[in-house]
Write a protein that binds this ligand. Sequence first.
Ligand SMILES: Cc1cc2nc3c(=O)[nH]c(=O)nc-3n(C[C@H](O)[C@H](O)[C@H](O)COP(=O)(O)OP(=O)(O)OC[C@H]3O[C@@H](n4cnc5c(N)ncnc54)[C@H](O)[C@@H]3O)c2cc1C
Length: 380
Amino acid sequence: MNLPLTQEQIMIRDMIRDFARSEIEPVAQDYNRRGEYPASLVKKLGELGLFGMMVPESYGGSAAGAVSYSLALQEIAFSCASIAVTLSVTNLVAEPMLAFATEEQKREFLFPLASGEHIGAFALTEPEAGSDPGGLSTSAVKKGGVYVLNGVKQFITNGEYAGVFVVIARTAPGKNGLSAFLVPRGAKGLSVGKEEDKMGLRASNTVEIVLDDCAVPEANMLGKPGMGLQIALNALDSGRIGIASQATGMIAACLHEAVSYAGERRQFGKPIIKHQTIQNMIADIAVEHEAAALLVWSAASLKDAKRPFTREASIAKLAATESLNRAAYRALQVFGGYGYIRDNKIERIYRDARVTTIYEGTSEIQRMIIARETEALLSR
Ligand SMILES: Cc1cc2nc3c(=O)[nH]c(=O)nc-3n(C[C@H](O)[C@H](O)[C@H](O)COP(=O)(O)OP(=O)(O)OC[C@H]3O[C@@H](n4cnc5c(N)ncnc54)[C@H](O)[C@@H]3O)c2cc1C
């Protein structure tokens, strides 16, 4: 992959690659098999500055920028997609704080997150509101100097371990009636409900968050009343660079697994990599990897240049995640029956891949965004 990277970006990528290959790769399979959240590894990644990569150093972050962030996430996802999503959501949570928080809020909530003290969670989805967050029903009612939150948030990544939640709740009717709140872990009335028993990403934490008369000081509102949907959608634009990066790193892992196995496995008297049909599958994975890496680099570069990137982030997310599912299918096919056995990493990648076309906006929702943004672009 021949990207025009700076020396600093190359250094960050190589440093995270070394860390992931030596510390995550050897244990990722076991954590995923046990369905265990890898707390000590995540803590180390926080110490390496990976929780607030877009956040200035004055607020505890590493200010590495979106391209470096994407490269780091790809390296982590190569070894463990679960850890990659844990990091991606934490960085997503930092974004709206950076853009909309007051100075006090940044000191209280952003600094500890970005400096690696704890991870974050983003609580938007509800049982009756997934693709259409404008229809969510968690309420936030102002009573004196507090907002009282009531409702249930569904599928919340990191929910059990997060030190801070960005919660989107309804303060008035309609799409413009949503507001965002910073809710610290341990807030009275916030509890962790059912943990989901997932098909993949088994070492990431996905839970229900229950808000039962959870009183949050008025000062914890992020932005102004009614800005909740805008704050959530802005955060998701950045989040999609994260998920596209996760998928790109996983395609690289598919390629690595397929090439190594095909070089060793012999059938009909020669390594299977010498059979043209296997070569075709490897070539197709390589092409999809190159394309995904370029698209995510393009979206991240726009973000670093402080130019609009909504359309490009959705294109990268759609392309990389759909490509990943094809790549995982092909790579598993290269393994034959052995790909279906849990001992092999490709079996885990195949399961982990599936959700990437669903969370942070399904492929159908990405197409809606891309069509809308393209129409706007062409009619300018
Ligand atoms: C492992 C995991 C982790 C997650 N983490 C988080 C998290 O941290 N925070 C959070 O808030 N949420 C999280 N989510 C929720 C995730 O973002 C939603 O699942 C996703 O947005 C889809 O919503 P839904 O599941 O309700 O599906 P639905 O919205 O019910 O969609 C069902 C189907 O209908 C399609 N559809 C819906 N509307 C349209 C339309 N207008 N046009 C065409 N097709 C449409 C969808 O594409 C999909 O195929 C997570 C989900 C999972 C599985």
